[in-house]
Design a protein around this ligand. Structure first.
Ligand code: 5GP
Length: 194
């Protein structure tokens, strides 16, 4: 998606050859117009999938997930990383190792928001080694719901996540695919000609 690639080039910062900082428009300050356009793009890509709900993980997946939910007219559920005091009902839980923070968190979703008729679109900000997405797939499968696809804003294609998810037969749609972050320079895998 050209708009997202342009934003990454103008406001993103390759802080190492593995990590891209996007606090200026996604992970701290949020560019709401860009998120709106991203929501429209995902809605277009997954228009024929009869999606019933979107699942993401707090906190940076929430903005693009809500914009997509708005377009598809479906609710959005975000997996929580910390147990909330008010979250006293039965939980689906799994553990996820965080690539950027190097910690393992339990993430959870209340059982009452997912059921076996659900066709779920997963949305997340980044795809690196796939741990966050695989954790969400696990929670959705625990509820016997179906994962119809995974929408990612920024895929770092030089890491293993996209391949792992595709090997499981999952449809992955990434709006920007990064080939490398060497020497502070962001290189994209060129977009398919439309
Ligand atoms: P994975 O679970 O695929 O290894 O990593 C994805 C998660 O780690 C995302 O939800 C995102 O929060 C974080 N992440 C991974 N790589 C990056 C990165 O280069 N920059 C930022 N800002 N977050 C990242």
């Amino acid at each position: 998606m050209r708009l997202l690639e342009e934003k990454i080039l103008s406001d993103g910062e390759a802080i190492s050859k593995e990590v891209l900082k996007v606090d200026a428009f996604l992970n701290h300050q949020i560019d709401s117009k860009l998120m709106f356009e991203i929501g429209k793009e995902f809605a277009k890509l997954f228009a024929n999938e009869e999606i019933t709900k979107i699942v993401t993980i707090e906190s940076s997946g929430i903005a693009p997930a809500v914009m997509t939910g708005l377009q598809l007219n479906v609710p959005v559920i975000f997996a929580r990383k910390q147990k909330s005091l008010t979250l006293n009902e039965a939980l689906l839980t799994t553990s996820v190792h965080s690539f950027t923070k190097n910690v393992t968190n339990n993430i959870s979703i209340s059982k009452k928001y997912l059921n076996d008729n659900d066709k779920i679109l997963i949305i997340d900000d980044f795809l690196a080694n796939g741990q966050a997405a695989l954790g969400l797939v696990d929670l959705i499968h625990q509820a016997n719901a179906t994962v119809v696809g995974i929408g990612i804003l920024i895929e770092k294609s030089f890491q293993s996540g996209a391949q792992k998810l595709k090997d499981l037969g999952l449809r992955v749609e990434s709006l920007a695919r990064i080939e490398s972050l060497e020497n502070g320079v962001v290189n994209f895998i060129s977009e398919k000609v439309e």
